[in-house]
Ligand binder design. Structure first.
Ligand code: DC
Length: 241
């Protein structure tokens, strides 16, 4: 029986709308999938990578060492990061300044990957992400949503694809083909994968109860349709409960 005695809390068993956790490596298509599901079901779409990117940008601007956790924690405590869900992704405000475009640039991508290995910094991020998604009705996308942020998420999808396929998509997306080679994009992506998968704290891996979708062998339409069917089932279940 659900416990109705603590009105301030919304425990998992009384959520009326699900938390949809989407995890996977860079370039697997998580953002496209998350935006699609959020639109389809009227959920908030929250890109947790944008929070790591925003803090990384602040570290770049203030010339902090990415390998030193303690000073990064100090700047985190003084920082406001706001994600504003839009139709195609998140508008990101860092201390009230719109940094949505800047945080996608290469120097920030690399810095975000480096700062995200620090355990106490991750704990700070996780706490904020839990507060954002606690009541459900969210699609939250990242690396550790199903394993660390919401281990009780109603829907967990791990979206994967071979590095060469992800690298090729990224290469075509960047529109910067004159300055980078496809091989360089794949190498950079493999390096980020290595860091994400081998870090001690919340390494990238599928939750035991995640559905694994591999977009190496599936078309985008197939991925979207399968994920949509999974979410629809859970929405119906929660509404019926
Ligand atoms: O998804 P993205 O490329 O915007 O993520 C940027 C970096 O942040 C990526 O290198 C891994 C890290 N990240 C993480 O460690 N945990 C998350 N939940 C989201 C992102």
């Amino acid at each position: 029986m659900p416990d109705h005695n603590s009105p301030q809390e919304t425990p998992q068993n009384v959520r009326r709308r699900p938390v949809v956790a989407i995890d996977g490596p860079a370039g697997a298509g998580k953002s496209t999938l998350a935006a699609h599901l959020a639109r389809r079901f009227g959920f908030l779409n929250l890109e947790t990578g944008a929070m790591y990117r925003a803090l990384a940008l602040k570290a770049i601007e203030q010339d902090f060492d990415f390998e030193e956790e303690a000073p990064l924690l100090v700047i985190a405590a003084e920082t406001s990061i706001v994600l504003e869900p839009q139709r195609e992704g998140n508008r990101v405000l860092l201390d009230n300044v719109d940094v949505s475009r800047r945080i996608r640039e290469n120097d920030v991508t690399s810095a975000a990957s480096r700062i995200s290995v620090h355990p106490r910094l991750r704990a700070w991020m996780v706490e904020q992400q839990r507060a954002l998604g606690r009541d459900g009705g969210v699609v939250m996308e990242g690396r550790d949503i199903g394993t660390a942020v919401f281990p009780d998420a109603e829907v967990k999808i791990f979206l994967d694809a071979a590095p060469e396929v992800r690298g090729n998509r990224r290469y075509r997306q960047t529109g910067d083909v004159a300055r980078v080679t496809e091989a360089a994009v794949i190498e950079e992506l493999k390096e980020r994968d290595r860091r994400d998968r081998t870090r001690a704290e919340s390494p990238l891996k599928p939750a035991e109860d995640a559905v694994i979708l591999d977009s190496t062998t599936m078309s985008l339409e197939q991925v979207l349709a399968q994920a949509e069917a999974i979410v629809r089932e859970h929405v119906a279940e929660l509404q019926g409960s």
